[in-house]
Design a protein. Structure first.
Length: 228
């Protein structure tokens, strides 16, 4: 191929310059001047190499950009499909978790109430006992009654390769509060005056809700990941 031949030729042409560099010694002002002149030769050779490969690099870069553009066109619908399905899964998960938590709270309340009634029954029995020893024994029984801890497992089981993270996010809740905080010297509030969502989310990830900023609400958002 001609291109390969041209590369071999330019390599052949610059080889003496490289070899010449090894033989140069700077021992006095004259040899120093010669070395500086040689550096000009090196620069000229470098320029020639850059000019030789420049068009090829430009052509390759143009081809790369075209390929990346086509790849993006094909990938974008898939990214939208992934985002849409993940949103549906997370919406379902959120609702099921709400239902699970509500039912767990209901059952826990029932268990707590049963335990309360049992303690109350034993305490009433203790009050009727005449023997101090028996009364103390019955009161100890009452104190030992605790409600059963109720736990309901999530409805959906994790699939192979599935992971869910909680990401800290930020939303502008009250702009006047934010402005007042910034005016009062709150540096973090000042960074969010224009409320760029990307910047706000980065700050949310760093602070993780630990620092309150007037006018800004920190919250967690589920992020679903799937490996293949």
């Amino acid at each position: 191929m001609k291109e390969v031949t041209d590369i071999q030729k330019i390599e052949h042409d610059i080889a003496p310059v490289v070899s010449w560099a090894d033989s140069i010694e700077v021992t006095d002002s004259i040899s120093r001047g010669e070395a500086l002149c040689f550096l000009k030769t090196v620069k000229t050779a470098q320029k020639r190499v850059s000019e030789f490969f420049g068009p090829m690099k430009a052509s390759a870069h143009k081809a790369w950009k075209e390929i990346v553009g086509k790849e993006t066109e094909v990938l974008d619908p898939l990214a939208a499909a992934e985002k849409g399905v993940k949103a549906k899964v997370l919406t379902w998960d959120t609702e099921q978790e709400r239902i699970r938590a509500a039912e767990q709270a209901r059952l826990q309340a029932d268990a707590d109430e049963k335990a309360r009634k049992e303690r109350e029954r034993l305490e009433k029995e203790a009050a009727k006992l005449k023997s101090p020893e028996k009364r103390a024994e019955r009161l100890a029984e009452a104190a030992a009654v605790v409600s059963t801890v109720v736990e309901i497992a999530p409805v959906a089981e994790k699939q192979a390769g599935e992971s869910t993270r909680k990401l800290w996010r930020a939303r502008l809740a009250n702009k006047p509060d934010l402005l007042n905080a910034a005016a009062g010297g709150n540096d973090l509030a000042a960074t969010l005056l224009t409320f760029d969502q990307s910047t706000a989310n980065k700050l949310a990830s760093q602070l993780k809700g630990a620092v309150a900023i007037p006018g800004i609400e920190w919250y967690k958002e589920a992020s679903l990941g799937v490996r293949v």
